[in-house]
Design a protein around this ligand. Structure first.
Ligand code: PDD
Length: 280
């Protein structure tokens, strides 16, 4: 059972874990986060996630008091305390506690670090199912490249998708190009066997799984183009899949009312998913 969390210096039972009512993460979403998967002693893409956490902190000007080394010790302790073999860790750092005031100018609050472990069923080797997605216009703020906890448009998009019996909501920008999923990066494989995923242009999160898949795929002679593609190109693609730390590579077989590849999972999506696990 995973029921011990970490809150601002204290390892505690989830029931007793509490953050201050004036935490700026709670008031303003003034916080950043990461999710890392863990499997029998291996953290997937640990360095990538931790580096991105520190970049996010820098982007929103949070002066974090812990080093990467100190963070690693806490994460390892937490996994030991929870005796979890397979699961994920949620790491959040807020700007800290202060009387409610939008501005943080001259505020010397101490950042608040929280971590929650979730125990999951190890589904790495399970049969992979294709999922449905819906499209939705991208109504997020202009910095979706920073991994902040301010996720209301993503929450609305995912809920809208789930209500329509779909797994993911795919954001489309005002020019008709795909940006990303509500909690994932989106990829297509076109009829020329080119694999496309949007370039890191500030309009998407620089997914860590995306980066790793790109590297592994290139090493295995796949043709990867980091280039944006339209919704129409996506609907006409041979294969569509999403990537994220919690979903790895997941094939998408239907978008809105359109079947992709006649609703059949493409072989490349499966091969890329396998490559991800073989290389760790
Ligand atoms: N979400 N884009 C968005 C908007 C995301 O929220 C995520 C991840 C990704 C994929 O990034 P990565 O491969 O680094 O996980 C892309 C996490 C899993 C979440 O919010 O739970």
């Amino acid at each position: 059972m995973a029921n011990i969390s970490y809150v601002d210096g204290i390892y505690c039972n989830n029931q007793n874990a509490a953050i201050h009512i004036n935490d700026r993460g709670y008031h303003f979403g003034d916080a950043v986060y990461e999710v890392i998967l863990f499997n029998n002693g291996v953290f997937y893409d640990y360095d990538g996630h931790i580096n991105r956490l520190f970049n996010s902190l820098k982007s929103i000007d949070i002066k974090f008091h812990l080093s990467q080394q100190q963070l690693k010790i806490i994460i390892k302790n937490l996994f030991k305390l929870n005796r979890v073999n397979f699961g994920s860790i949620y790491i959040q750092v807020s700007r800290g506690v202060a009387d409610r005031n939008h501005s943080y100018f001259n505020l010397n609050s101490k950042p608040v670090l929280t971590m929650i472990i979730s125990k999951k069923k190890n589904n790495i080797h399970d049969y992979v199912k294709g999922v449905k997605a819906i499209t939705i216009s991208d109504n997020r703020w202009s910095r979706p490249d920073i991994k902040t906890t301010q996720l209301l448009p993503n929450v609305m998009a995912k809920t809208f998708a789930n209500k329509k019996n779909a797994y993911e909501g795919i954001f489309i920008d005002h020019e008709g190009y795909v940006t990303e999923g509500s909690s994932s990066n989106i990829w297509i494989i076109n009829n020329n066997e080119e694999i496309l995923t949007r370039e890191i242009d500030g309009k998407i999160l620089s997914g860590i799984t995306r980066k790793t898949i790109t590297k592994f795929a290139k090493n295995n002679n796949y043709k990867i183009l980091e280039k944006k593609f339209t919704k129409d190109e996506m609907l006409e693609a041979k294969e569509v899949f999403l990537t994220s730390a919690s979903s790895f590579v997941k094939p998408i077989v239907k978008i809105d009312n359109v079947k992709i590849n006649n609703g059949v999972i493409g072989k490349n999506s499966i091969e890329l998913r396998n490559l991800y696990f073989q290389n760790f």
